[in-house]
Design a protein around this ligand. Structure first.
Ligand SMILES: NC(=O)C1=CN([C@@H]2O[C@H](COP(=O)(O)OP(=O)(O)OC[C@H]3O[C@@H](n4cnc5c(N)ncnc54)[C@H](O)[C@@H]3O)[C@@H](O)[C@H]2O)C=CC1
Ligand SMILES: O=C([O-])CC(=O)C(=O)O
Length: 337
């Protein structure tokens, strides 16, 4: 049975299908056989803005492709094995990367660096060579470091365009809306808040003061809500008890962000969402990448919005975020250098 969120996504996408004569797009998922990759492939198969789906993994992708390909939507699906990465990337416009290992209880996202850094670097090298104009959506953790790794790898290949490389932080935005909805007794569609910064612990900065219901939360309830948003990932890791981290909510968030990008690429105006991209928001503090609201358009990132007015508590959260984020970014850069 579809979750309510998935059903809403499906109905939104179906509406987009019936009202637009959009150009359609070839999308690749690298890591399609995994916990995120499988449901993400399913959700992309039902996105009418996807014309063709290219599913790659070092194991299992042809099976996932055969399964998903029976769904009665127009797009075509093909699976590729370990030695077929170049073929998988032929002609793709958007590449989503959930390849890599997930956390187990007791680990931080940074503990995944040693394994995932080289996976992401090698995949980015191939994308840079075969599909240099593709938009790359990085899900693999630690996002604060893997996105700089992708950027530097493409830079070295001479094909980096900051408008086309995105860290997917949508799950933080999804969680913030859901958790604020829960504590304030509202539908999450009315409790959307920007979440800025990065994607781990203290680098995740929810700007609750920018939503009327969020602004009304104070004291211990405020502290608990911020903590839950910052450490929502740990909640899932603990509950899964060694079986991995968020996969279903992440697939939803990944499909939601991909759909937002595709709408922008297709010329829709006013598609605005936070994402972790290279920008100048805190360049004066030596922080090259920062998630804040971005308008997505035909070239990818069209406009980066300032983070807006902050409460005193949010100023403190931001102060705690920036040094950690800077370290994570530098660690990613150093890996490629
Ligand atoms: N950005 C975010 O908000 C979130 C990120 N994640 C991250 O996403 C990543 C994937 O998580 P899961 O899907 O749960 O893990 P998983 O272990 O279930 O799946 C990962 C898949 O990647 C594949 N893979 C490994 N090396 C590869 C390579 N070189 N090329 C292609 N595929 C390769 C594996 O075969 C596997 O199928 C983890 O790093 C996790 O921390 C997870 C949740 C949220
Ligand atoms: O917590 C993890 O390791 C996975 C993740 O990034 C999240 O759920 O936000």
């Amino acid at each position: 049975m579809l979750t309510r969120s998935a059903a809403r996504l499906l109905s939104t996408q179906t509406r987009a299908f019936s009202t637009s004569s959009a150009r359609q797009t070839k999308v690749a998922v690298l890591g399609a056989g995994g916990g995120i990759g499988q449901p993400l492939s399913l959700l992309l198969k039902i996105d009418p803005l996807v014309s063709s789906l290219s599913l790659y993994d070092i194991r299992g992708a042809p099976g996932v492709a055969a399964d998903v390909s029976h769904i009665d939507t127009e797009s075509t699906v093909k699976g590729y094995t370990a030695d077929q990465l170049d073929e998988a990337l032929e002609g793709v416009k958007v590449v989503v990367i959930p390849a890599g290992v997930p956390r187990k209880p007791g680990m931080t996202r940074d503990d995944l660096f040693n394994t995932n850094a080289s996976i992401v670097r090698d995949l980015a090298t191939s994308v840079g060579r075969v599909a240099p104009e593709a938009h790359i959506l990085v899900i693999s953790n630690p996002v604060n470091s893997t996105v700089p790794i992708v950027a530097r790898t493409l830079e070295k290949a001479g094909v980096f365009d900051p408008r086309r490389v995105f860290g997917v932080t949508t799950l933080d935005v999804v969680r913030a809306a859901r958790f604020l909805g829960e504590v304030s007794g509202n539908d999450p569609k009315n409790t959307v808040v920007p979440v800025v910064g990065g994607h781990s612990g203290a680098t995740i900065v929810p700007l609750l003061s920018q939503n009327a219901y969020g602004k009304a939360i104070s004291g211990e309830a405020y502290a608990a809500l911020v903590r839950r948003i910052q450490f929502g990932g740990d909640e899932v890791v603990k509950a899964k008890d060694g079986a991995g981290s968020a996969t279903l909510s992440m697939a939803y968030a990944g499909a939601k962000f991909t759909n937002a990008l595709l709408r922008g690429l297709n010329g829709e105006k006013g598609v605005i969402t936070p994402t972790f991209v290279k920008n100048n928001v805190f360049a004066d503090k030596g922080v090259d990448f920062f998630s804040s609201n971005v308008e997505l358009g035909q070239n990818g990132v069209e406009k980066i919005y300032p983070i807006g007015p902050l409460s005193a508590e949010e100023e403190k959260l931001l102060e705690a975020c920036l040094p950690d984020l800077k370290k994570n970014i530098e660690k990613g850069y150093a890996f490629v250098a």
